[in-house]
Ligand binder design. Structure first.
Ligand code: NAI
Length: 396
């Protein structure tokens, strides 16, 4: 079939298998261009099919020749209907890993559930024995709690007051003012239940209980801080509470891994275009301005550049891993540079529908958004008849 992007607000209903494969190949090439990293050899990535998790899997495999097990929740294709992009990304990743002689297997299902944890643990037992790195990179709007059965829904809202600021509809470029009502009821608890650290700790406890973590094993989860511009809706909002919880969980996991000298870290990453971040009001406008400034300064990075730098310069640099005063690894260092933030803050004041094409990188934003679904890649013939039924080779 001929596959075209079909946009509906913050999502695209279609994705392109060849474009997703191109995306994976580009990321592999980037990692290989940076040379070998003396990193982990048996890696579990939870949330491995898109964004930072996919970049972590690619960096492990093609930067350190690691075998990888990837867990994700993606929709397979059916006749005439494309899969979700993470499905095609993972299919392409497995194909490339196989070509390179690298072990790669995947588990597709709800990582919050006991069943998927057990399936993954069984696979590790059978094929790996133990893992030496666990990346936790889930981003989900809902979580069914495996013990209580309660379905928690996360919300992206300010706490306490109505938040009013500028935002952009990145499809039309229209800049307008929006007001977001504060959270209410159990919104904070629910958001912490979905995006906080409880499930990360459950994974690590389950692995530890079955002796599946090698001595000195590391685990890393991803967080975000961002500037004061977005603080009310992000870091001081409901999602920020979840990130506080995730960051605190790193300490309790490290404590629980003392006997094997294991360590848990949170890495604070840069703001990037993903399905999740596109849906948060205000953030797309911030990202358009940030991209413009960081590209001008030649310090712009995507997921793969961020994660390759995390592995090479931070996690496996043979030195003590540098952290901030709260114990967090910072690869948002370039985003948060004072000169970058000053420029973004100035541009923010000037941003209108008329000025944005000039002062912001709206086209870069749109390009990245299309890329998430496998569209807009050079070297892909989007007019060609394409088989939508590409499958993952070794899905568990
Ligand atoms: P993403 O949406 O690209 O990836 C999410 C992954 O989680 C996918 O592999 C998806 O299949 C998987 N997933 C979702 N629900 C699942 C479930 N129930 N069971 C199994 N797998 C499931 O997200 P992104 O942006 O890469 O986010 C990953 C982490 O990085 C999150 O913790 C996010 O807060 C954090 N982060 C994101 C930033 C951004 O700007 N996008 C910035 C800094 C941190």
């Amino acid at each position: 079939m001929i596959i075209e992007p079909r946009m509906r607000g913050f999502i695209c209903l279609t994705s392109h298998p060849k474009g997703c494969a191109q995306n994976v190949k580009n990321q592999i090439e980037y990692v290989q261009s940076k040379g070998l990293i003396d990193g982990a050899k048996k890696v579990l990535v939870i949330g491995a099919s898109t964004g930072f998790g996919l970049a972590s899997r690619i960096t492990s495999a093609f930067g350190s020749n690691a075998g990888t097990i990837g867990v994700f929740f993606e929709k397979p294709p059916s006749e005439g209907k494309t899969a979700s992009p993470g499905w095609y990304n993972s299919a392409a990743f497995e194909q490339e890993a196989q070509k390179a002689g690298l072990y790669a297997k995947s588990v597709n299902g709800d990582a919050f559930s006991n069943e998927i944890k057990k399936q993954t643990l069984d696979l590790i037992k059978a094929d790996f024995g133990q893992v030496d790195l666990v990346i936790y990179s889930l981003a989900s709007p809902v979580r069914q709690h495996p013990v209580t059965g309660v379905l928690h829904r996360s919300v992206l809202k300010p706490i306490g007051d109505v938040f009013t600021n500028k935002t952009v509809d990145f499809h039309t470029g229209n800049v307008s003012e929006i007001s977001i009502a504060p959270c209410s009821g159990d919104d904070i608890e629910n958001t912490v239940a979905v995006m906080g650290g409880e499930d990360w700790a459950m994974w690590i406890n389950a692995l530890k209980a079955e002796n599946l973590l090698s001595p000195g094993a590391k685990t890393v989860a991803y967080s975000y801080i961002g500037p004061s511009l977005t603080e009310a809706v992000y870091r001081k909002g409901t999602i920020g509470r979840a990130k506080d919880h995730l960051e605190a969980t790193a300490f309790s996991i490290t404590e629980s891994l003392k006997a094997i000298e294991g360590k848990a870290y949170v890495s604070v990453n840069k703001a990037l275009v993903t399905q999740a971040s596109s849906a948060i009001p205000v953030i797309p406008l911030y990202i358009s301005l940030l991209y413009k400034v960081m590209k001008e300064e030649k310090i712009h990075e995507g997921c793969i550049e961020q994660i390759q730098r995390l592995f090479q310069d931070r996690l496996y640099n043979n030195i003590t891993i540098p952290t901030d005063e709260k114990g967090r690894i910072r690869i948002d260092d370039w985003e948060m540079r004072a000169d970058v933030q000053e420029k973004v803050a100035k541009l923010w004041l000037q941003a209108t529908t008329d000025t944005l094409p000039e002062i912001g990188d709206l086209s870069g934003y749109k390009q990245d958004f299309l890329n998430l679904f496998g569209f807009g890649f050079e070297g892909v013939d989007y007019l060609a008849d394409t088989n939508e039924m590409t499958g993952i080779l070794s899905i568990s």
